[in-house]
Design a binder for this molecule. Structure first.
Ligand SMILES: *Cc1c(COP(=O)(O)O)cnc(C)c1O
Length: 381
C-alpha cells in the first residue's frame, strides 16, 4: 500500500485542455485566464476574481490592496499554513494569534473578540480567518465583530472551494463569495481541490479592491487611467507591483479541474461520512456545526499517541500528515518573540491531531485499510 493524505486527480479532459493551450497562440495572458476567472467567480458567487500565481501571492496582494502599513496589526489563527500569517509580515505588519475552537479547530470568534476588546480602539486592522480543513468559518459572525471595530476580513478559503454555510437569514453562502469577507483567497496547489500545478484566485465583491489587485498583479503597470499618453505603445507603472500572474496553460487546467469540483467535494463528503461512522464514540474528529457544508480538504482526527499512530500508519504505507505545526511555533516566529502560552486549544490540538487520507480517488478498499489500521492502533493504545 502507498496511500498519501491527499492527491490530485488529472484525467484525459485535463490533459487535452492543456495540450490545446500549448498549440494555441498564447501561453500566458491569453483567453484562458479570463475564462477561468469568470467561471471561478460564477462558481463561488463572487462579483470579481483575479487569478494569481499561487495563493501566497494572492494573500500578499490582498494585504497590499487593503493598504496594510508597517506595524499595523492583524489577527489570524495559529492552526493554518504559514502563508496565512506571512502575508502580514511581507507588508511589515504585526501578526497576532487568537486561539482556536477545540471542536471545529477554526479560529474562535470569542477568542478574537476577547483579544480585540483587551486593546484600545483601532489597535487592529483586520482578521484573516481560515476555512480550516474545508470547514467554513462563521463569516457572518466575524463580519459582525469586524464591523463593530472597523476591521477588514480576508477569508483564507484555500481549503474550501465548494464549501458553504447558511447565514442567519437561511441564505446559502459559498466560501469566498465576498458577501461577508472583503476578499477570499484560494489555492490551486496539487494537494488542494483544484490542481493547476501552482495557482491561486482572489475573489471579491468590491470593484475598488478588484482594480487595485489587477494593477498590483502585473507590476503596477497599466494602460488605463493614465496621467499622460505618448501613443499606442505607452503605459504607466503607477504602483510598485509584482509579477504574480497565472499562465494560460495553468488556467486551461484550472477550468477543467473546476468543472469536477462539485462532484469531487461530494465524494470527499462520502469518504468523511464513512470515517465518522467507523470512528463514532471512539475517536474525536473535526466537529461539523449545523448549517455548514465541509469541503473536506482534510479529515482530521485527534488521538492520545499521535506520534505512535503516525509511525504505525507510515509502516503500513499510509502517509498521514499533521496540519499544522502551529505557526507561532515555527522558528521564524519564535525568533521574533512568539510563544503559545495563551493559545491553549491550539497547543493541545497540535499534540493530538493527525490528517487521514482524503481525496476523491481514494478507493473503498484503501479507506477500509486506513480505518482498520487506525482502529487497530488506537484500540491497543
Ligand atoms: C496551501 C495554503 C496556502 C498557500 O497556498 P499556495 O498556493 O501554495 O501559495 C495558504 N493558506 C492555506 C490555509 C493553505 O492551505
Amino acid at each position: 500500500m502507498n496511500i498519501p493524505y491527499g492527491r490530485q486527480s488529472i484525467d484525459e479532459d485535463d490533459i487535452k485542455a492543456v495540450v490545446e493551450t500549448l498549440n494555441a497562440d498564447f501561453l500566458t495572458q491569453g483567453p484562458k485566464v479570463r475564462e477561468f476567472e469568470e467561471k471561478f467567480a460564477k462558481y463561488v458567487g463572487a462579483k470579481f476574481s483575479v487569478a494569481v500565481s499561487n495563493a501566497t501571492a494572492g494573500l500578499h496582494l490582498s494585504i497590499l490592496a487593503l493598504d496594510l502599513r508597517k506595524g499595523e496589526r492583524v489577527i489570524t489563527t495559529p492552526i493554518t499554513f504559514a502563508a496565512s500569517a506571512n502575508c502580514v509580515r511581507y507588508a511589515k505588519g504585526e501578526v497576532w494569534f487568537a486561539d482556536i475552537d477545540q471542536d471545529t479547530y477554526l479560529l474562535s470568534i470569542e477568542s478574537v473578540r476577547k483579544l480585540i476588546e483587551s486593546k484600545p480602539k483601532g489597535f487592529f486592522k483586520g482578521i484573516i480567518p481560515v476555512d480550516f480543513g474545508g470547514l467554513p468559518v462563521d463569516l457572518e459572525g466575524f463580519r459582525n465583530l469586524a464591523d463593530e471595530h472597523n476591521l477588514w476580513i480576508i477569508e483564507d478559503a484555500c481549503h474550501a472551494p465548494g464549501g458553504y454555510f447558511f447565514d442567519s437569514k437561511g441564505k446559502k453562502q459559498m466560501c469566498g463569495n465576498g458577501n461577508y469577507a472583503d476578499l477570499g483567497v484560494f489555492s490551486f496547489h496539487p494537494v488542494k481541490h483544484i490542481a493547476c500545478g501552482e495557482g491561486g484566485m482572489i475573489t471579491t465583491n468590491s470593484e475598488e479592491l478588484y482594480k487595485k489587485l489587477i494593477l498590483l498583479r502585473t507590476h503596477g503597470i497599466t494602460k488605463a487611467n493614465m496621467s499622460e499618453n505618448h501613443g499606442g505603445w505607452f503605459y504607466e507603472m503607477q504602483e510598485l507591483g509584482f509579477n504574480y500572474r497565472l499562465t494560460d496553460i495553468q488556467s486551461a487546467l484550472g477550468i477543467t479541474q473546476l468543472k469536477k469540483n462539485t462532484v469531487g467535494v461530494d465524494k470527499r463528503n462520502q469518504i468523511a461520512e464513512k470515517y465518522k461512522l467507523a470512528f463514532s464514540n471512539k475517536i474525536k474528529y473535526q466537529y461539523l456545526p449545523k448549517q455548514r457544508y465541509n469541503a473536506h480538504h482534510l479529515f482530521v482526527i485527534e488521538v492520545e499517541d499521535r506520534e505512535g499512530l503516525y509511525n504505525h500508519l507510515q509502516k503500513e504505507g499510509v502517509f498521514a500528515q499533521i496540519h499544522y505545526i502551529p505557526v507561532h511555533r515555527l522558528p521564524y516566529y519564535r525568533n521574533i518573540g512568539y510563544d503559545g502560552s495563551n493559545l491553549i486549544n491550539a497547543e493541545n490540538y497540535y499534540s493530538r491531531c493527525i490528517s487521514l487520507p482524503m481525496y476523491p480517488t481514494l478507493r473503498e478498499e484503501e479507506q477500509n485499510f486506513v480505518i482498520n489500521k487506525v482502529l487497530e492502533y488506537t484500540n491497543n493504545e
